[in-house]
Design a protein around this ligand. Structure first.
Ligand code: FUL
Length: 477
């Protein structure tokens, strides 16, 4: 995997080797983006189609991709991933390789292309565009035949990756509902990945792929300590000679790299790892109970408050946030969903409108080479770094005047890996210093939120770090 161009990297290369690739970093910096689930299911009121749906059912009456992108911009999102083909096999673009697509639907008399209109609208809106192509295909006669299906799948991938401009994410779903007597297709993942790297080298391959990790649930749940440096695997107990065999067997058996594990990166968990990889988390969930639109769920749209909670825990907890909004039978986001997105965006813009730290005076130990003032700018071009070996530091933030403070944003300089394991934040109040927040991992970004405190001085204590902490940004709101 290529490294990202980064001016001071060489000096720390030996120290912390695990860091994001350019395509991983690009997705991490997007922070908040949309999933859009749209297919025949929208019209049949189902969550999983079985592939026998006639093309005639797909007929949105007022489809307008710009209505989607307007709503995403209002929420503060940076991109959109469209289900170009879900498990039912129906293609939202006129694929040359199947008749099961928009071209045989009544929509625009078969002359339409949803992928075209959505990708164009995204580019006009400045949003990045990504594709979901379900490996499990319940319509294709090739499914279960091995290479013929891989050929079909790669032909469709090629259409999507060559005709619709730049793609930021190719999202592969692991779901397959074929039972024990169902069709068995062994996917040629290596071939799919090689094709994507060739046609869209900047695209991340997400979930069933090497670049972006599924968070492990579909409810919007997050981990209190989210790590991006994960083990690639564990040594077998009999490889570890110096420890008692029995002890090790038990310990290693308990360790699993399953996406649903609560701990995937603590020091304890990493013990016995045979290698490490950068594996950033993506939290994906839907604004409604289902992934597809159902009129019966119109009054079960998550509120802006609920969405903000998930946003804080994901975007503010070293994960990206992929939020699904399903269009209705008109081909529009429902008014209730649009309202929740707008209210969320308004709340976030209001809350983070003014960074009090932009005009603050900072103090920090040993910042000769990489001064603490660098954290005023939210960029990876410069950073604060103390001397090697200083794994605990106290950073002082003196605000220009007394202010009511509710948030502190911390960002590690992740081109030099994820290092921080524990921190506390204190504020100087009329009654003396008071701890306002405490946490563990920081990584791409930690947003500490606390009840309003009136203060003109903060102390950020990094109390534990794997190697000396390196920070690219500190914000106070
Ligand atoms: C799951 C699928 O089965 C759902 O329909 C949905 O697409 C979700 C994002 O992933 O595995």
């Amino acid at each position: 995997m290529e490294t990202i161009p980064y001016p001071h990297y060489a000096e720390d290369k030996a120290l912390v080797k695990i860091h994001p690739s350019a395509r991983q970093l690009a997705v991490e910096q997007m922070e908040f983006y949309a999933f859009v689930h749209f297919t025949v299911n929208t019209f049949t009121d189902r969550e999983w189609g079985d592939g026998t749906e006639p093309e005639e059912v797909f007929n949105p009456t007022a489809f307008d991709a710009e209505q989607w992108t307007d709503a995403l911009l209002a929420a503060g999102m940076k991109g959109l991933i469209l289900t170009c083909k879900h498990h039912d096999g129906f293609c939202l673009w006129p694929s040359a390789w199947t008749g099961h697509s928009v071209k045989n639907s009544p929509w625009k008399n078969g002359g339409g292309d949803i992928v075209r209109e959505v990708s164009d609208a995204c580019r006009r809106a400045g949003l990045k565009f990504g594709v979901y192509l379900s490996p499990w295909d319940r319509n294709s006669p090739f499914y279960g035949q091995g290479k013929p299906y891989d050929d079909y799948f790669c032909a469709q991938l090629t259409e999507l990756l060559t005709n619709y401009g730049e793609i930021f994410s190719v999202w592969f779903d692991g779901a397959c509902g074929e039972g024990p007597n169902g069709k068995k297709q062994v996917y040629d993942w290596a071939r799919y990945y090689a094709l994507i790297r060739e046609l869209q080298p900047g695209a991340a391959i997400s979930v069933c792929g090497p670049d972006i990790r599924w968070c492990g649930n579909e409810a919007g749940d997050t981990r209190p300590s989210e790590w991006s440096v994960l083990p690639t695997g564990f040594a077998r107990p009999d490889d570890v000679a110096e420890k008692s065999q029995q002890e090790d067997s038990a310990a290693f058996r308990e360790k699993s790299l399953s996406a649903t594990e609560r701990d995937l990166g603590s020091r304890e968990f990493l013990e016995g790892a045979v290698g490490y990889k950068w594996s950033p988390c993506e939290t994906n969930t839907s604004i409604r109970p289902g992934w597809f639109y159902h009129a019966s769920e119109d009054d079960r749209v998550r509120s802006a408050e609920t969405l903000a909670e998930i946003w804080y825990r994901s975007v503010g907890g070293n994960s990206t946030f992929l939020l699904n909004i399903p269009p209705d039978r008109r081909g529009l986001f429902h008014e209730n969903d649009v309202r929740a997105l707008r209210e969320l965006g308004e709340y976030l813009r209001r809350t983070f409108a003014h960074n009090l730290a932009a005009d603050a005076a900072f103090t920090a130990p040993d910042d000769g080479y990489h001064p603490i003032g660098n954290v005023r700018e939210n960029t990876y071009d410069a950073y604060y770094k103390p001397f090697d070996g200083e794994n605990a530091v106290e950073i002082g933030v003196k605000l220009p005047s007394q202010a009511s403070v509710t948030h502190v944003v911390l960002k590690e300089h992740i081109p030099m890996s994820q290092r921080i394991e524990a921190f506390t934040i204190e504020a100087k109040t009329a009654d003396g210093w008071r701890e306002v927040a405490r946490g563990t991992t920081v990584g791409y970004q930690k947003i500490a939120r606390f009840p309003a405190v009136t203060t003109d001085e903060l102390r950020i204590r990094i109390t534990d770090s794997r190697v000396c902490p390196v920070l690219s940004f500190i914000g106070v709101y």
